[in-house]
Design a protein around this ligand. Structure first.
Ligand code: SF4
Ligand code: SF4
Length: 209
């Protein structure tokens, strides 16, 4: 892989990824639980530790059960590699299977995540921050991009404190850095080995395979 920089675009809106999104100097954010970023054409790609957290939350013993239960599927992601992403429900419309209060609930569709907070995928936890990683230096930085073009939470509430985010998610950010470095190495001629990164025993403590 020749890219010096991996831009974390794990959560994207299919078909609109090339369109400009609202950028803002302010990092004020307060989620209104509107559910927009957990439904529709959003795509949520996952790192290995995300699978670990989800599987443990669901009392599974092996990560392959997430695929067998059709909560996760393989899809073309970074550099066209087949990577795991959340398999959204499609009836009567598209939304994440981890979203609480789906349309059948009289409360209607809302943005309550059943995995929140500690079992949530890192990309969802960081939003609206997006992470850029320089694999050569091991350095990273954060941008601020609304998780949905119409996100009403951006520009509201307190400024996001990047230092606090780094402190809270220190081990998860480290896991993800290791994952991207392994992904980069294995992608060179060994894409078939990438699947092994996501298949592991959930009864053991986590380490990037
Ligand atoms: S679109 Fe914004 S306000 Fe709505 S659920 Fe997502 S983060 Fe929260
Ligand atoms: S995992 Fe949670 S936060 Fe992420 S898309 Fe699904 S419901 Fe939304």
């Amino acid at each position: 892989m020749e890219e010096m920089e991996l831009i974390q675009e794990i959560q994207t809106e299919e078909g609109t990824a090339d369109l400009p999104r609202t950028m803002t100097d302010s990092r004020r954010f307060s989620c209104t639980l509107c559910g927009e970023c957990c439904s529709g054409t959003m795509e949520v790609f996952l790192n290995p530790y995300d699978l670990y957290k989800m599987g443990r939350f669901l009392n599974m013993s092996h990560s392959i059960e997430l695929f067998e239960k059709k909560l996760i599927e393989w899809a073309p992601g970074q550099n066209s590699l087949l990577l795991p992403k959340i398999r959204f429900k499609t009836e009567p419309f598209s939304f994440c299977p981890f979203l609480i209060n789906d349309y059948q609930d009289e409360l209607g569709l809302r943005g309550l995540c059943s995995l929140h907070p500690e079992h949530k995928p890192l990309v969802c936890h960081l939003a609206p921050l997006t992470r850029q990683i320089d694999l050569e230096t091991g350095e990273d930085s954060f941008g601020f991009i609304p998780p949905h073009p119409d996100c009403p939470g951006c520009g509201r509430g307190e400024e996001i404190r990047e230092d606090l985010v780094r402190k809270e998610l220190k081990s998860e950010l480290a896991h993800e850095m290791t994952y991207y470095q392994i992904l980069s190495d294995r992608a060179e001629g060994h894409p078939e080995k990438i699947r092994g990164l996501f298949l592991f025993d959930l009864n053991k403590s986590f380490s990037v395979p």
